[in-house]
Write a protein that binds this ligand. Structure first.
Ligand SMILES: [Mg+2]
Length: 256
């Protein structure tokens, strides 16, 4: 075989090796814009609980029942769903004080690596936000604990003496979290290509505004897996937040 052919085969081999390596790499920012903000869902992502709503249900021994299925299918509004949840609790206990609700959340734990990930992102000058359809009593305390740059969630209304009213407050529609992600971009002057959202539920895909990136994290329901696969987004299994790092920074290991 002429020497020039051997060289040509060698070059083709090297190119193939390079392409194989690139395909196997996690999606990361070296191929895209500079990362400026990471927007987290909270329940199931930063904290080790499926739902801050369900925690209150567990406390009162109630459940959303078929309303949850209707809500997930988009059949009822956030307002209707929240009012229905509250009515279940009030059937058990008509007068519910804010302090009692807060006590429901004692014992909620951060997911492993949540604090370390937020700190490492902020050390790199990256803005960290939480956009959650969960309950503000819990999400606010997590936001404070992690010292994130911004947060928003749903919540409750109370009478002057601190008792729960019948209607909730919708700030983050669960099926349209883009409203708040867009607002965050507008306020901070981020281009959508500079942000990455992270969520554990198929409804969190609504955080993925056009041009932005999304990572499916710790999916616990088949509907979430299916949604993430259909959307073609990277999926991180397990609940260690540090495992998000290679997806945010092109295969880099989490800094020690
Ligand atoms: Mg969640």
């Amino acid at each position: 075989m002429p020497f020039v052919h051997i060289i040509a085969i060698f070059i083709v081999f090297i190119i193939h090796q390079a392409i194989d390596k690139r395909v196997g790499e996690p999606v990361g920012w070296s191929h895209m814009s500079k990362l400026r903000s990471v927007v987290f869902d909270c329940d199931g992502v930063l904290i080790d609980t499926i739902s801050s709503w369900r925690i209150i249900h567990d406390y009162f021994g109630t459940s959303s029942g078929e309303m949850l299925d209707k809500f997930l299918a988009g059949g009822i509004s956030d307002e209707e769903f929240m009012a229905d949840d509250i009515s279940h609790w009030k059937q058990v206990k008509p007068e519910i004080h804010r302090d009692e609700l807060m006590r429901c959340y004692q014992g909620v734990k951060l997911n492993p690596g949540a604090r370390e990930l937020v700190e490492a992102l902020q050390e790199r000058g990256i803005h960290v936000a939480i956009v959650s359809a969960g309950v503000d009593l819990l999400i606010g305390s997590i936001a404070k604990m992690l010292n994130v740059d911004d947060w928003v969630s749903n919540g409750f209304q109370y009478s002057d003496d601190g008792f729960l009213e019948d209607e909730g407050v919708v700030r983050v529609p669960a099926h349209d979290k883009a409203i708040m992600v867009n607002k965050l971009c507008r306020i901070n002057g981020f281009d959508s290509s500079e942000i990455c959202s992270v969520g554990d539920n198929h409804t969190d895909l609504s955080m993925m505004i056009p041009g932005s990136m999304f990572i499916g994290f710790n999916p616990s329901k088949e509907m979430a897996y299916q949604g993430f696969r259909d959307a073609g987004v990277p999926i991180v299994e397990g609940h260690d937040c540090r495992d998000l790092w290679p997806h945010l920074f092109s295969g880099d290991d989490f800094p020690n």
